[in-house]
Ligand binder design. Structure first.
Ligand code: ACO
Length: 336
């Protein structure tokens, strides 16, 4: 049997794109619809405003993010081999959002699938995409994080409605033979015993949509905020420190922590444990709130656009979310 020739390559991010819907809901808006205040939201979460998509579903966010990626990189739809969409708010159970994106952009040579990892979804998808590249079988993989959280948020529940927003962002993964660049390491986890603290119970095979599921508001996000907060602080900090140690990274080696944007206090605690300063942390929670799978690629897209990330920068991406799911990815940025 002929041995398959395999070059050793890393997967590197060679482009980023994003889409943020126009409509803004600021904190003052929530003062009008629930018992809350701008001050509470800012000091407890760091959020000032979030955006919501008025027409379309998550595939709209994902499609526009990939279109933006193609505009910026010159990538042609027919060159894309795989599309992975991380999301917890797919347009529908099936077909997958990835198929809808494929059709919308005319990526006639691509296959793809959705990946449900909640707030860690982008990390799980990035690792999956990186493995497809590292296998030698694929050369152009698009990884998207997109969520229309406004479609599953109860706007009468002050404990969740102020937190979430809509958005989408995408990266292009390609191989590099220069192993200094690209994805270097990852540590990923899930623990389903966290299901009681953060979930959406209705609409799936266990509780198919019915009058009862709607009456009981089972099609909305439920979160035990305090419980999730405690495990998120520990989970995100532990895994970020572990990936630093495993790769002999000192705090000064890290250009940026790219954290999931759920709560500024969780981000600050993670940065403190890593021993890094505030200017080594990418933050945009004030503008977008928690966009679930989109937060980390949105951070990359914003800071790249603002020319704050340079080629050679060492980044630690870190997240915690429903499941529970959590993890960290260490990569070296390769775009000039
Ligand atoms: N406005 C005013 N008061 C509020 C609001 C609000 N929007 N929300 C809650 N409160 C009240 C509570 O009712 C409570 O009042 P009480 O003391 O009279 O009972 C008080 O504020 C304190 O409530 P806590 O829940 O303790 O508030 P906390 O400081 O923990 O903040 C928050 C809540 C922001 C949700 C926080 O717990 C958090 O960020 N949790 C983690 C979120 C997370 O990381 N999620 C994972 C990712 S999401 C995903 O995967 C889909």
């Amino acid at each position: 049997m002929r041995k398959r020739e395999r070059k050793i390559v890393n997967a590197q991010i060679t482009g980023v794109g994003k889409y943020i819907p126009e409509k803004i809901l600021d904190n003052k808006y929530f003062e009008k619809i629930v018992d809350t205040s701008d001050e509470w939201i800012r000091t407890r979460t760091g959020i000032r405003e979030r955006h919501v998509l008025e027409e379309g579903g998550t595939s709209t966010l994902a499609t526009r993010a990939v279109e933006n990626l193609m505009e910026q990189t010159g990538l042609k739809p027919e060159e894309i081999e795989v599309i992975i969409v991380a999301t917890v708010s797919p347009d529908m159970f099936f077909p997958a959002t990835a198929c809808l994106v494929q059709d919308n952009i005319g990526a006639k040579n691509a296959w793809g699938f959705d990946l449900s990892g909640a707030c860690s979804g982008f990390l799980f998808a990035l690792q999956t995409g990186a493995n497809l590249i590292e296998s030698g079988q694929y050369k152009k993989v698009v990884v998207v994080g997109a969520d229309k959280m406004s479609s599953i948020v109860d706007y009468t529940d002050r404990t969740t409605c102020v937190i979430f927003g809509d958005g989408g962002a995408a990266v292009l993964l390609e191989p590099t033979e220069d192993l200094e660049y690209g994805v270097q390491d990852s540590i990923l986890h899930c623990d389903g015993s966290g299901k009681e603290a953060l979930h959406m119970l209705g609409g799936g095979s266990l509780n198919p949509a019915s009058h009862e599921t709607v009456d009981k508001k089972m099609h909305y996000i439920y979160q035990d905020g305090q419980k999730v907060f405690k495990v998120a602080v520990k989970g995100m900090a532990d895994v970020s420190v572990e990936i630093m140690k495993r790769n002999n990274l000192k705090s000064e080696d890290i250009a940026y922590l790219v954290p999931h944007q759920a709560n500024l206090r969780i981000i600050d605690a993670t940065a403190r444990r890593m021993g890094i300063s505030k200017d080594q942390v990418i933050i945009n929670i004030d503008k977008y709130g928690n966009t679930t799978a989109a937060t980390i690629p949105l951070c990359l897209a914003d800071y790249y656009e603002e020319k704050k990330i340079q080629r050679g920068d060492k980044l630690v991406l870190s997240a915690f979310g429903a499941g529970f799911t959590w993890g960290a990815i260490y990569l070296t940025w390769s775009i000039d």
